[in-house]
Write a protein that binds this ligand. Structure first.
Ligand SMILES: *Cc1c(COP(=O)(O)O)cnc(C)c1O
Length: 569
Protein backbone atom coordinates (compact mmCIF):
# COMPACT_ATOMS: atom_id res chain seq x y z
CA UNK A 1 0.00 0.00 0.00
CA UNK A 2 2.81 2.42 0.83
CA UNK A 3 4.53 1.73 -2.51
CA UNK A 4 1.17 2.28 -4.18
CA UNK A 5 0.63 5.65 -2.52
CA UNK A 6 4.16 6.61 -3.58
CA UNK A 7 3.09 5.96 -7.17
CA UNK A 8 5.29 2.85 -7.57
CA UNK A 9 2.46 0.76 -9.02
CA UNK A 10 4.57 -1.92 -10.71
CA UNK A 11 6.61 -2.53 -7.57
CA UNK A 12 3.47 -2.65 -5.46
CA UNK A 13 2.23 -5.71 -7.35
CA UNK A 14 5.67 -7.16 -8.06
CA UNK A 15 5.46 -9.95 -5.51
CA UNK A 16 2.11 -11.26 -6.69
CA UNK A 17 3.14 -10.90 -10.34
CA UNK A 18 6.26 -12.97 -9.69
CA UNK A 19 4.22 -15.57 -7.84
CA UNK A 20 1.79 -15.85 -10.75
CA UNK A 21 4.66 -16.19 -13.23
CA UNK A 22 5.57 -19.58 -11.74
CA UNK A 23 2.46 -21.28 -13.09
CA UNK A 24 1.69 -18.97 -16.02
CA UNK A 25 3.03 -20.95 -18.98
CA UNK A 26 3.13 -24.55 -20.09
CA UNK A 27 6.55 -24.88 -21.72
CA UNK A 28 5.78 -25.68 -25.36
CA UNK A 29 8.80 -27.71 -26.42
CA UNK A 30 8.38 -31.42 -26.94
CA UNK A 31 11.15 -34.01 -26.64
CA UNK A 32 13.61 -31.22 -25.86
CA UNK A 33 14.83 -29.90 -22.53
CA UNK A 34 14.11 -26.26 -21.75
CA UNK A 35 16.72 -25.68 -19.04
CA UNK A 36 15.20 -22.46 -17.66
CA UNK A 37 15.29 -21.83 -13.94
CA UNK A 38 11.64 -20.77 -14.00
CA UNK A 39 10.77 -24.25 -15.22
CA UNK A 40 12.60 -25.85 -12.30
CA UNK A 41 10.71 -23.57 -9.91
CA UNK A 42 7.46 -24.48 -11.64
CA UNK A 43 8.13 -28.19 -11.37
CA UNK A 44 8.90 -27.88 -7.68
CA UNK A 45 5.87 -25.68 -7.04
CA UNK A 46 3.45 -28.11 -8.68
CA UNK A 47 5.07 -31.19 -7.14
CA UNK A 48 5.17 -29.72 -3.65
CA UNK A 49 1.54 -28.61 -3.82
CA UNK A 50 0.51 -32.08 -5.03
CA UNK A 51 2.47 -33.96 -2.36
CA UNK A 52 1.14 -31.75 0.41
CA UNK A 53 -2.41 -32.15 -0.87
CA UNK A 54 -2.08 -35.94 -1.13
CA UNK A 55 -0.73 -36.24 2.41
CA UNK A 56 -3.30 -33.80 3.77
CA UNK A 57 -6.10 -35.93 2.28
CA UNK A 58 -4.49 -39.11 3.54
CA UNK A 59 -4.28 -37.74 7.07
CA UNK A 60 -7.91 -36.61 6.89
CA UNK A 61 -9.01 -40.17 6.04
CA UNK A 62 -6.63 -42.32 8.12
CA UNK A 63 -5.33 -39.95 10.80
CA UNK A 64 -1.85 -41.54 10.59
CA UNK A 65 1.12 -41.54 8.23
CA UNK A 66 2.30 -45.17 8.80
CA UNK A 67 0.07 -46.68 6.12
CA UNK A 68 0.83 -44.05 3.45
CA UNK A 69 2.70 -46.47 1.19
CA UNK A 70 -0.20 -48.97 1.31
CA UNK A 71 -2.78 -46.37 0.32
CA UNK A 72 -1.00 -43.99 -2.05
CA UNK A 73 0.57 -44.43 -5.47
CA UNK A 74 2.35 -41.56 -7.20
CA UNK A 75 3.21 -42.01 -10.83
CA UNK A 76 6.05 -39.94 -12.29
CA UNK A 77 4.89 -39.34 -15.85
CA UNK A 78 8.19 -38.48 -17.56
CA UNK A 79 10.86 -36.84 -15.39
CA UNK A 80 9.07 -33.49 -15.05
CA UNK A 81 7.58 -34.33 -11.62
CA UNK A 82 10.73 -36.22 -10.44
CA UNK A 83 11.12 -33.82 -7.52
CA UNK A 84 8.26 -35.61 -5.77
CA UNK A 85 10.87 -38.13 -4.62
CA UNK A 86 12.95 -35.68 -2.54
CA UNK A 87 9.83 -33.65 -1.68
CA UNK A 88 8.12 -36.68 -0.12
CA UNK A 89 11.33 -37.40 1.78
CA UNK A 90 11.34 -33.82 3.04
CA UNK A 91 7.75 -33.98 4.26
CA UNK A 92 8.14 -37.39 5.91
CA UNK A 93 11.40 -36.47 7.65
CA UNK A 94 10.94 -32.78 8.47
CA UNK A 95 7.19 -32.68 9.15
CA UNK A 96 6.45 -36.21 10.37
CA UNK A 97 9.81 -37.00 12.05
CA UNK A 98 10.14 -40.36 10.29
CA UNK A 99 13.62 -41.92 10.06
CA UNK A 100 15.45 -41.71 6.73
CA UNK A 101 15.41 -45.49 6.26
CA UNK A 102 11.66 -45.83 6.83
CA UNK A 103 10.86 -42.75 4.78
CA UNK A 104 12.93 -44.07 1.88
CA UNK A 105 11.19 -47.46 1.95
CA UNK A 106 7.84 -45.68 1.81
CA UNK A 107 8.86 -43.35 -1.03
CA UNK A 108 10.16 -46.17 -3.24
CA UNK A 109 6.97 -48.16 -2.62
CA UNK A 110 4.82 -45.14 -3.47
CA UNK A 111 6.62 -43.99 -6.62
CA UNK A 112 6.76 -45.45 -10.11
CA UNK A 113 8.16 -43.89 -13.26
CA UNK A 114 7.36 -43.93 -16.96
CA UNK A 115 10.16 -42.98 -19.34
CA UNK A 116 9.08 -41.33 -22.60
CA UNK A 117 12.27 -40.89 -24.60
CA UNK A 118 15.85 -42.05 -25.01
CA UNK A 119 16.93 -38.95 -26.91
CA UNK A 120 19.75 -37.26 -24.98
CA UNK A 121 18.59 -33.70 -25.75
CA UNK A 122 15.30 -34.43 -24.00
CA UNK A 123 16.67 -36.01 -20.79
CA UNK A 124 16.28 -33.52 -17.97
CA UNK A 125 19.55 -32.39 -16.42
CA UNK A 126 19.80 -29.32 -14.22
CA UNK A 127 22.89 -27.30 -13.48
CA UNK A 128 23.96 -28.33 -9.99
CA UNK A 129 24.87 -24.80 -8.80
CA UNK A 130 21.56 -23.28 -9.92
CA UNK A 131 19.70 -26.19 -8.40
CA UNK A 132 21.47 -25.79 -5.04
CA UNK A 133 20.76 -22.05 -4.96
CA UNK A 134 17.08 -22.34 -5.83
CA UNK A 135 16.18 -25.52 -3.90
CA UNK A 136 18.70 -25.89 -1.06
CA UNK A 137 16.77 -28.35 1.13
CA UNK A 138 15.77 -30.52 -1.83
CA UNK A 139 19.35 -30.44 -3.06
CA UNK A 140 20.67 -31.65 0.31
CA UNK A 141 18.14 -34.51 0.28
CA UNK A 142 19.15 -35.51 -3.25
CA UNK A 143 22.81 -35.52 -2.16
CA UNK A 144 21.96 -37.90 0.67
CA UNK A 145 19.85 -40.15 -1.62
CA UNK A 146 22.77 -40.24 -4.03
CA UNK A 147 25.42 -41.03 -1.44
CA UNK A 148 23.40 -43.93 -0.07
CA UNK A 149 22.65 -45.18 -3.57
CA UNK A 150 26.31 -45.04 -4.62
CA UNK A 151 27.19 -47.20 -1.60
CA UNK A 152 24.64 -49.82 -2.70
CA UNK A 153 25.96 -49.61 -6.26
CA UNK A 154 29.49 -50.12 -4.94
CA UNK A 155 28.32 -53.30 -3.18
CA UNK A 156 26.61 -54.48 -6.36
CA UNK A 157 29.54 -53.63 -8.64
CA UNK A 158 32.64 -53.35 -6.45
CA UNK A 159 35.39 -51.25 -8.03
CA UNK A 160 33.35 -50.50 -11.14
CA UNK A 161 33.67 -46.72 -11.04
CA UNK A 162 32.54 -46.12 -14.61
CA UNK A 163 29.28 -47.89 -13.97
CA UNK A 164 28.65 -46.14 -10.66
CA UNK A 165 29.50 -42.75 -12.12
CA UNK A 166 27.02 -43.31 -14.98
CA UNK A 167 24.27 -44.24 -12.50
CA UNK A 168 24.97 -41.40 -10.07
CA UNK A 169 22.23 -38.74 -9.77
CA UNK A 170 24.83 -35.99 -9.60
CA UNK A 171 27.79 -35.84 -11.98
CA UNK A 172 29.76 -33.37 -14.10
CA UNK A 173 28.03 -30.45 -12.37
CA UNK A 174 24.54 -31.67 -13.28
CA UNK A 175 21.55 -33.22 -11.53
CA UNK A 176 20.21 -36.06 -13.69
CA UNK A 177 16.48 -36.44 -13.18
CA UNK A 178 16.05 -39.78 -14.99
CA UNK A 179 18.56 -41.43 -12.65
CA UNK A 180 16.75 -39.95 -9.65
CA UNK A 181 13.47 -41.42 -10.95
CA UNK A 182 14.90 -44.91 -11.41
CA UNK A 183 16.57 -44.91 -7.99
CA UNK A 184 13.43 -43.64 -6.23
CA UNK A 185 10.81 -45.86 -7.95
CA UNK A 186 9.78 -49.50 -7.44
CA UNK A 187 8.76 -49.82 -11.10
CA UNK A 188 10.01 -48.26 -14.31
CA UNK A 189 8.38 -48.73 -17.70
CA UNK A 190 8.72 -47.66 -21.30
CA UNK A 191 5.69 -47.01 -23.52
CA UNK A 192 6.02 -49.72 -26.20
CA UNK A 193 7.70 -53.12 -26.26
CA UNK A 194 10.52 -51.88 -28.48
CA UNK A 195 11.10 -48.78 -26.34
CA UNK A 196 11.09 -50.77 -23.07
CA UNK A 197 13.62 -53.21 -24.58
CA UNK A 198 15.82 -50.34 -25.71
CA UNK A 199 15.68 -48.78 -22.21
CA UNK A 200 17.17 -51.83 -20.49
CA UNK A 201 19.78 -52.25 -23.23
CA UNK A 202 20.86 -48.60 -23.41
CA UNK A 203 20.25 -45.71 -21.00
CA UNK A 204 19.20 -47.91 -18.03
CA UNK A 205 21.33 -51.01 -18.67
CA UNK A 206 23.39 -50.57 -15.48
CA UNK A 207 20.25 -50.01 -13.40
CA UNK A 208 18.69 -53.07 -15.03
CA UNK A 209 21.69 -55.16 -13.95
CA UNK A 210 21.17 -53.92 -10.39
CA UNK A 211 17.36 -53.97 -10.17
CA UNK A 212 16.03 -56.26 -12.96
CA UNK A 213 12.69 -56.72 -11.14
CA UNK A 214 11.91 -53.01 -11.38
CA UNK A 215 11.69 -52.85 -15.19
CA UNK A 216 8.78 -53.60 -17.49
CA UNK A 217 6.59 -52.32 -20.30
CA UNK A 218 3.17 -50.73 -20.64
CA UNK A 219 2.32 -50.04 -24.26
CA UNK A 220 0.47 -46.73 -24.63
CA UNK A 221 -3.16 -46.53 -25.62
CA UNK A 222 -5.60 -43.87 -26.79
CA UNK A 223 -8.94 -42.69 -25.47
CA UNK A 224 -11.07 -44.58 -28.00
CA UNK A 225 -14.25 -42.97 -26.76
CA UNK A 226 -12.78 -39.65 -27.95
CA UNK A 227 -10.87 -40.78 -31.04
CA UNK A 228 -13.50 -43.17 -32.38
CA UNK A 229 -16.93 -42.81 -30.69
CA UNK A 230 -16.87 -39.01 -30.45
CA UNK A 231 -14.68 -37.95 -33.39
CA UNK A 232 -16.01 -40.44 -35.93
CA UNK A 233 -19.71 -40.86 -35.09
CA UNK A 234 -20.51 -42.41 -38.49
CA UNK A 235 -17.98 -45.20 -38.10
CA UNK A 236 -19.09 -45.69 -34.49
CA UNK A 237 -22.67 -46.00 -35.77
CA UNK A 238 -21.66 -48.70 -38.26
CA UNK A 239 -19.83 -50.56 -35.49
CA UNK A 240 -22.89 -50.34 -33.22
CA UNK A 241 -24.98 -51.91 -35.99
CA UNK A 242 -22.53 -54.67 -36.88
CA UNK A 243 -20.78 -55.72 -33.66
CA UNK A 244 -23.02 -54.12 -31.05
CA UNK A 245 -22.12 -51.39 -28.58
CA UNK A 246 -19.89 -53.49 -26.30
CA UNK A 247 -16.70 -52.07 -27.84
CA UNK A 248 -17.59 -48.67 -26.40
CA UNK A 249 -16.63 -49.80 -22.90
CA UNK A 250 -14.40 -52.70 -23.96
CA UNK A 251 -12.32 -51.71 -27.00
CA UNK A 252 -10.88 -55.23 -27.44
CA UNK A 253 -14.32 -56.14 -28.86
CA UNK A 254 -13.43 -54.18 -32.00
CA UNK A 255 -11.90 -57.50 -33.14
CA UNK A 256 -15.46 -58.73 -33.87
CA UNK A 257 -15.44 -56.36 -36.84
CA UNK A 258 -13.00 -58.74 -38.61
CA UNK A 259 -15.96 -61.10 -39.14
CA UNK A 260 -17.20 -58.55 -41.72
CA UNK A 261 -13.94 -58.50 -43.70
CA UNK A 262 -15.61 -60.16 -46.70
CA UNK A 263 -19.03 -58.58 -46.34
CA UNK A 264 -19.38 -56.38 -49.40
CA UNK A 265 -22.14 -54.23 -47.96
CA UNK A 266 -20.16 -53.45 -44.79
CA UNK A 267 -16.99 -52.78 -46.81
CA UNK A 268 -18.87 -50.35 -49.03
CA UNK A 269 -20.19 -48.56 -45.97
CA UNK A 270 -16.69 -48.28 -44.49
CA UNK A 271 -15.64 -46.64 -47.74
CA UNK A 272 -18.68 -44.35 -47.92
CA UNK A 273 -18.08 -43.18 -44.34
CA UNK A 274 -14.45 -42.41 -45.14
CA UNK A 275 -15.54 -40.44 -48.19
CA UNK A 276 -18.09 -38.47 -46.19
CA UNK A 277 -15.42 -37.69 -43.55
CA UNK A 278 -13.09 -36.53 -46.34
CA UNK A 279 -15.77 -34.14 -47.61
CA UNK A 280 -16.34 -32.79 -44.11
CA UNK A 281 -12.66 -32.21 -43.60
CA UNK A 282 -12.23 -30.49 -46.94
CA UNK A 283 -15.14 -28.19 -46.05
CA UNK A 284 -13.43 -27.32 -42.78
CA UNK A 285 -10.15 -26.66 -44.58
CA UNK A 286 -11.95 -24.45 -47.11
CA UNK A 287 -13.62 -22.45 -44.33
CA UNK A 288 -10.31 -22.00 -42.50
CA UNK A 289 -7.93 -21.39 -45.41
CA UNK A 290 -9.84 -21.00 -48.65
CA UNK A 291 -7.93 -24.04 -49.96
CA UNK A 292 -9.96 -26.55 -52.01
CA UNK A 293 -8.81 -30.15 -52.15
CA UNK A 294 -10.04 -32.90 -54.43
CA UNK A 295 -12.11 -35.25 -52.28
CA UNK A 296 -11.37 -38.07 -54.70
CA UNK A 297 -7.64 -37.69 -54.14
CA UNK A 298 -5.95 -39.97 -51.65
CA UNK A 299 -5.64 -38.24 -48.24
CA UNK A 300 -2.11 -38.79 -47.03
CA UNK A 301 -1.62 -37.44 -43.54
CA UNK A 302 1.35 -36.73 -41.29
CA UNK A 303 0.15 -35.05 -38.09
CA UNK A 304 2.51 -34.81 -35.13
CA UNK A 305 4.92 -32.35 -33.51
CA UNK A 306 7.58 -31.18 -35.92
CA UNK A 307 10.82 -32.92 -35.03
CA UNK A 308 13.82 -34.09 -37.00
CA UNK A 309 13.51 -37.65 -35.71
CA UNK A 310 9.88 -37.87 -36.91
CA UNK A 311 11.19 -37.14 -40.40
CA UNK A 312 8.55 -34.91 -41.96
CA UNK A 313 11.51 -34.16 -44.25
CA UNK A 314 11.58 -37.73 -45.58
CA UNK A 315 7.92 -37.32 -46.56
CA UNK A 316 8.69 -33.99 -48.27
CA UNK A 317 11.60 -35.51 -50.22
CA UNK A 318 9.25 -38.14 -51.63
CA UNK A 319 6.66 -35.49 -52.56
CA UNK A 320 9.34 -33.51 -54.38
CA UNK A 321 10.22 -36.73 -56.26
CA UNK A 322 6.57 -37.16 -57.29
CA UNK A 323 6.38 -33.53 -58.41
CA UNK A 324 9.49 -33.96 -60.57
CA UNK A 325 7.98 -37.16 -62.04
CA UNK A 326 4.82 -35.28 -63.02
CA UNK A 327 6.87 -32.54 -64.65
CA UNK A 328 8.83 -35.19 -66.62
CA UNK A 329 5.73 -37.12 -67.69
CA UNK A 330 2.74 -34.79 -67.54
CA UNK A 331 0.51 -37.27 -69.39
CA UNK A 332 1.28 -40.38 -67.34
CA UNK A 333 -1.48 -41.96 -65.26
CA UNK A 334 -1.25 -40.66 -61.74
CA UNK A 335 -3.43 -41.26 -58.69
CA UNK A 336 -4.14 -37.78 -57.30
CA UNK A 337 -2.83 -37.40 -53.74
CA UNK A 338 -3.38 -34.67 -51.15
CA UNK A 339 -0.57 -34.55 -48.63
CA UNK A 340 -1.60 -32.96 -45.37
CA UNK A 341 0.77 -31.92 -42.62
CA UNK A 342 -0.25 -30.80 -39.17
CA UNK A 343 2.53 -29.80 -36.82
CA UNK A 344 3.81 -27.19 -34.46
CA UNK A 345 7.48 -26.50 -33.91
CA UNK A 346 8.95 -25.49 -30.58
CA UNK A 347 9.85 -21.80 -30.42
CA UNK A 348 13.52 -21.42 -31.31
CA UNK A 349 13.72 -24.77 -33.13
CA UNK A 350 15.08 -23.15 -36.28
CA UNK A 351 15.47 -26.24 -38.45
CA UNK A 352 11.90 -27.34 -37.69
CA UNK A 353 10.61 -23.95 -38.80
CA UNK A 354 12.60 -24.22 -42.02
CA UNK A 355 10.87 -27.52 -42.76
CA UNK A 356 7.48 -25.85 -42.23
CA UNK A 357 8.65 -23.15 -44.61
CA UNK A 358 9.65 -25.81 -47.16
CA UNK A 359 6.29 -27.59 -46.94
CA UNK A 360 4.49 -24.28 -47.40
CA UNK A 361 6.59 -23.18 -50.39
CA UNK A 362 6.37 -26.57 -52.08
CA UNK A 363 2.59 -26.48 -51.68
CA UNK A 364 2.46 -22.99 -53.15
CA UNK A 365 4.60 -23.92 -56.15
CA UNK A 366 2.48 -26.98 -56.92
CA UNK A 367 -0.71 -24.93 -56.63
CA UNK A 368 0.67 -22.54 -59.24
CA UNK A 369 1.59 -25.35 -61.63
CA UNK A 370 -1.43 -26.03 -63.86
CA UNK A 371 -0.50 -29.67 -64.54
CA UNK A 372 0.82 -30.70 -61.14
CA UNK A 373 -2.03 -29.09 -59.24
CA UNK A 374 -4.62 -31.53 -60.60
CA UNK A 375 -2.56 -34.46 -59.27
CA UNK A 376 -0.84 -33.24 -56.15
CA UNK A 377 -1.76 -30.98 -53.27
CA UNK A 378 0.44 -30.19 -50.29
CA UNK A 379 -1.23 -28.46 -47.35
CA UNK A 380 0.39 -27.29 -44.16
CA UNK A 381 -2.39 -26.83 -41.62
CA UNK A 382 -1.78 -23.89 -39.36
CA UNK A 383 -2.52 -24.05 -35.66
CA UNK A 384 -2.42 -27.81 -35.47
CA UNK A 385 -4.06 -28.96 -32.25
CA UNK A 386 -6.33 -31.68 -30.88
CA UNK A 387 -9.48 -30.20 -32.46
CA UNK A 388 -7.81 -30.17 -35.85
CA UNK A 389 -6.64 -33.75 -35.31
CA UNK A 390 -10.19 -34.81 -34.42
CA UNK A 391 -11.37 -33.56 -37.81
CA UNK A 392 -8.49 -34.98 -39.82
CA UNK A 393 -8.06 -38.43 -38.26
CA UNK A 394 -11.48 -39.75 -39.46
CA UNK A 395 -10.70 -38.50 -43.00
CA UNK A 396 -7.18 -39.90 -43.35
CA UNK A 397 -6.40 -42.74 -45.75
CA UNK A 398 -2.62 -42.95 -45.35
CA UNK A 399 -1.02 -42.49 -41.93
CA UNK A 400 2.64 -41.48 -42.08
CA UNK A 401 4.60 -43.00 -39.15
CA UNK A 402 8.09 -42.72 -40.55
CA UNK A 403 10.41 -41.89 -37.63
CA UNK A 404 13.99 -43.14 -37.64
CA UNK A 405 13.71 -46.57 -36.00
CA UNK A 406 14.59 -46.54 -32.29
CA UNK A 407 13.63 -42.90 -31.70
CA UNK A 408 9.81 -42.79 -31.40
CA UNK A 409 9.15 -44.20 -27.93
CA UNK A 410 5.56 -45.18 -28.75
CA UNK A 411 3.55 -42.69 -30.74
CA UNK A 412 -0.21 -42.49 -30.23
CA UNK A 413 -1.18 -40.69 -33.43
CA UNK A 414 -0.46 -43.97 -35.20
CA UNK A 415 -3.17 -45.66 -33.07
CA UNK A 416 -5.79 -42.94 -33.64
CA UNK A 417 -5.37 -43.18 -37.40
CA UNK A 418 -5.36 -46.99 -37.42
CA UNK A 419 -8.57 -47.09 -35.37
CA UNK A 420 -10.21 -44.83 -37.96
CA UNK A 421 -9.30 -47.08 -40.88
CA UNK A 422 -6.20 -45.33 -42.27
CA UNK A 423 -3.44 -47.52 -43.67
CA UNK A 424 -0.09 -47.03 -41.99
CA UNK A 425 3.14 -46.54 -43.86
CA UNK A 426 5.80 -46.78 -41.22
CA UNK A 427 9.14 -47.90 -39.90
CA UNK A 428 9.52 -50.63 -37.30
CA UNK A 429 9.54 -48.07 -34.51
CA UNK A 430 7.58 -47.54 -31.29
CA UNK A 431 4.06 -48.92 -31.30
CA UNK A 432 4.19 -49.55 -35.07
CA UNK A 433 5.89 -52.85 -34.19
CA UNK A 434 2.90 -53.94 -32.11
CA UNK A 435 0.41 -52.65 -34.70
CA UNK A 436 2.12 -54.96 -37.19
CA UNK A 437 1.73 -57.83 -34.73
CA UNK A 438 -2.02 -57.11 -34.55
CA UNK A 439 -2.81 -56.73 -38.28
CA UNK A 440 0.02 -58.53 -40.13
CA UNK A 441 2.18 -57.30 -42.99
CA UNK A 442 -0.65 -57.60 -45.52
CA UNK A 443 -2.45 -54.79 -43.74
CA UNK A 444 0.43 -52.39 -43.16
CA UNK A 445 3.22 -50.83 -45.24
CA UNK A 446 6.50 -51.35 -43.42
CA UNK A 447 9.77 -50.02 -44.80
CA UNK A 448 13.26 -48.94 -43.85
CA UNK A 449 16.04 -49.80 -41.46
CA UNK A 450 15.24 -51.53 -38.17
CA UNK A 451 16.50 -49.97 -34.95
CA UNK A 452 19.34 -52.54 -34.79
CA UNK A 453 20.31 -51.65 -38.37
CA UNK A 454 20.20 -47.94 -37.53
CA UNK A 455 22.55 -48.51 -34.55
CA UNK A 456 24.83 -50.61 -36.70
CA UNK A 457 25.06 -48.06 -39.49
CA UNK A 458 25.65 -45.29 -36.94
CA UNK A 459 28.43 -47.27 -35.25
CA UNK A 460 30.13 -47.89 -38.60
CA UNK A 461 29.96 -44.14 -39.32
CA UNK A 462 26.91 -42.98 -41.24
CA UNK A 463 27.80 -41.26 -44.49
CA UNK A 464 24.73 -39.98 -46.36
CA UNK A 465 26.85 -39.56 -49.53
CA UNK A 466 26.82 -43.33 -49.95
CA UNK A 467 23.08 -43.11 -50.48
CA UNK A 468 22.85 -40.21 -52.91
CA UNK A 469 25.89 -40.79 -55.10
CA UNK A 470 24.30 -44.02 -56.35
CA UNK A 471 20.72 -42.70 -56.54
CA UNK A 472 19.89 -40.26 -59.31
CA UNK A 473 16.45 -39.60 -57.94
CA UNK A 474 17.88 -38.39 -54.63
CA UNK A 475 20.38 -36.21 -56.51
CA UNK A 476 17.62 -34.54 -58.49
CA UNK A 477 15.60 -33.93 -55.33
CA UNK A 478 18.60 -32.41 -53.54
CA UNK A 479 19.21 -30.17 -56.56
CA UNK A 480 15.57 -29.13 -56.58
CA UNK A 481 15.90 -28.13 -52.90
CA UNK A 482 18.87 -25.94 -53.73
CA UNK A 483 17.03 -24.25 -56.60
CA UNK A 484 14.04 -23.92 -54.29
CA UNK A 485 10.26 -23.61 -54.50
CA UNK A 486 8.00 -20.62 -55.00
CA UNK A 487 11.09 -18.44 -55.26
CA UNK A 488 12.79 -19.56 -52.04
CA UNK A 489 15.97 -21.66 -52.00
CA UNK A 490 16.32 -24.48 -49.50
CA UNK A 491 20.06 -24.96 -50.01
CA UNK A 492 20.42 -25.03 -46.22
CA UNK A 493 18.26 -28.16 -46.06
CA UNK A 494 20.16 -29.70 -49.01
CA UNK A 495 23.39 -29.08 -47.06
CA UNK A 496 21.89 -30.52 -43.89
CA UNK A 497 21.26 -33.76 -45.80
CA UNK A 498 24.59 -33.97 -47.61
CA UNK A 499 27.26 -31.96 -45.82
CA UNK A 500 26.42 -31.15 -42.25
CA UNK A 501 27.39 -29.14 -40.02
CA UNK A 502 28.17 -32.18 -37.91
CA UNK A 503 27.12 -35.52 -39.29
CA UNK A 504 25.08 -34.97 -42.44
CA UNK A 505 21.50 -36.25 -42.38
CA UNK A 506 21.59 -37.30 -38.71
CA UNK A 507 18.19 -39.01 -38.90
CA UNK A 508 19.07 -41.04 -41.98
CA UNK A 509 16.39 -39.79 -44.37
CA UNK A 510 18.60 -40.68 -47.33
CA UNK A 511 19.34 -44.20 -46.05
CA UNK A 512 15.60 -44.94 -45.90
CA UNK A 513 14.54 -42.93 -48.95
CA UNK A 514 14.51 -45.65 -51.60
CA UNK A 515 12.70 -48.13 -49.39
CA UNK A 516 10.18 -45.43 -48.43
CA UNK A 517 9.61 -44.34 -52.01
CA UNK A 518 8.98 -47.88 -53.25
CA UNK A 519 6.69 -48.74 -50.35
CA UNK A 520 4.70 -45.53 -50.73
CA UNK A 521 4.36 -46.24 -54.44
CA UNK A 522 3.04 -49.73 -53.66
CA UNK A 523 0.44 -48.24 -51.30
CA UNK A 524 -0.69 -45.79 -53.98
CA UNK A 525 -1.07 -48.65 -56.49
CA UNK A 526 -3.03 -50.73 -53.97
CA UNK A 527 -5.36 -47.76 -53.45
CA UNK A 528 -6.64 -48.24 -56.98
CA UNK A 529 -7.92 -51.67 -55.94
CA UNK A 530 -10.92 -50.49 -53.96
CA UNK A 531 -11.95 -53.91 -52.64
CA UNK A 532 -8.49 -54.72 -51.39
CA UNK A 533 -8.14 -51.27 -49.80
CA UNK A 534 -11.52 -51.40 -48.03
CA UNK A 535 -10.69 -54.80 -46.60
CA UNK A 536 -7.33 -53.62 -45.31
CA UNK A 537 -8.99 -50.56 -43.82
CA UNK A 538 -11.57 -52.72 -42.03
CA UNK A 539 -8.86 -55.04 -40.71
CA UNK A 540 -7.04 -52.06 -39.21
CA UNK A 541 -10.17 -50.90 -37.38
CA UNK A 542 -10.72 -54.44 -36.13
CA UNK A 543 -7.10 -54.74 -34.98
CA UNK A 544 -6.99 -51.45 -33.07
CA UNK A 545 -8.72 -52.63 -29.88
CA UNK A 546 -5.44 -53.47 -28.15
CA UNK A 547 -4.52 -49.78 -28.44
CA UNK A 548 -7.48 -48.56 -26.41
CA UNK A 549 -6.25 -46.76 -23.28
CA UNK A 550 -8.55 -48.90 -21.12
CA UNK A 551 -6.08 -51.77 -21.58
CA UNK A 552 -3.06 -49.58 -20.76
CA UNK A 553 -4.69 -48.12 -17.67
CA UNK A 554 -5.67 -51.58 -16.42
CA UNK A 555 -2.03 -52.67 -16.73
CA UNK A 556 -0.87 -49.68 -14.69
CA UNK A 557 -3.59 -50.25 -12.09
CA UNK A 558 -2.97 -53.97 -11.63
CA UNK A 559 0.78 -54.30 -12.12
CA UNK A 560 2.15 -51.01 -10.83
CA UNK A 561 -0.27 -49.09 -8.60
CA UNK A 562 -1.84 -52.15 -6.98
CA UNK A 563 -5.38 -50.81 -7.18
CA UNK A 564 -8.60 -52.63 -8.04
CA UNK A 565 -11.65 -51.38 -9.91
CA UNK A 566 -14.51 -50.36 -7.60
CA UNK A 567 -17.11 -52.55 -9.26
CA UNK A 568 -17.04 -55.37 -11.75
CA UNK A 569 -18.19 -54.27 -15.15
C1 LIG B 1 -2.14 -37.73 -30.68
C2 LIG B 1 -1.58 -36.40 -30.87
C3 LIG B 1 -0.20 -36.23 -30.93
C4 LIG B 1 0.77 -37.38 -30.88
O1 LIG B 1 1.04 -37.76 -32.20
P1 LIG B 1 2.28 -38.73 -32.55
O2 LIG B 1 2.08 -39.04 -34.00
O3 LIG B 1 2.13 -39.93 -31.68
O4 LIG B 1 3.50 -37.94 -32.27
C5 LIG B 1 0.32 -34.96 -31.12
N1 LIG B 1 -0.50 -33.89 -31.21
C6 LIG B 1 -1.85 -34.01 -31.17
C7 LIG B 1 -2.70 -32.79 -31.31
C8 LIG B 1 -2.43 -35.26 -30.99
O5 LIG B 1 -3.77 -35.37 -30.93
Amino acid sequence: MSLFTQGQYARAVEESTNAETISKVLYPSDNHLEGKLLRLSQQYFLVSASCQSIIHDHMAVYGKIDNLADKIAIHINDTHPALCIPELMRILIDDYFISWERAWDMVVKICSYTNHTVMPEALEKWNEDLFKLRLPRIYSIIKEINERFCKDAWNAFPGNWNRISAMSIIGYGQVRMANLCVIGSHYINGVSKLHSDILVKSIFKDFYAMYPERFGNVTNGIAHRRWLCYSNPKLAGLLDETIGTGYRHDPIQLNKFAEFADNKEVLDRVRAIKHQNKIEFSNLLYRKTGKLIDTHSMYDVQIKRLHEYKRQLLNVLNIIGLYLDIKDNPNADFQPISFMFGAKAAPGYYHAKRIINLIYCLGKEIENDPIAKSKLAVAFLEDYNVSMAEALVPAAEISEQISMAGKEASGTGCMKLMMNGAMTIGTLDGANVEMLAEVGKDNMYIFGLTSAEVDDLWQRGYNSAEFYTCNQKIQRIINALTVGFAGESFADIANYLTKGPGIADPFMCLADFESYRMTHDRAVRDYANKEKWNRMSLMNIAGAGFFGADRSINEYAENIWGIKRLTDK
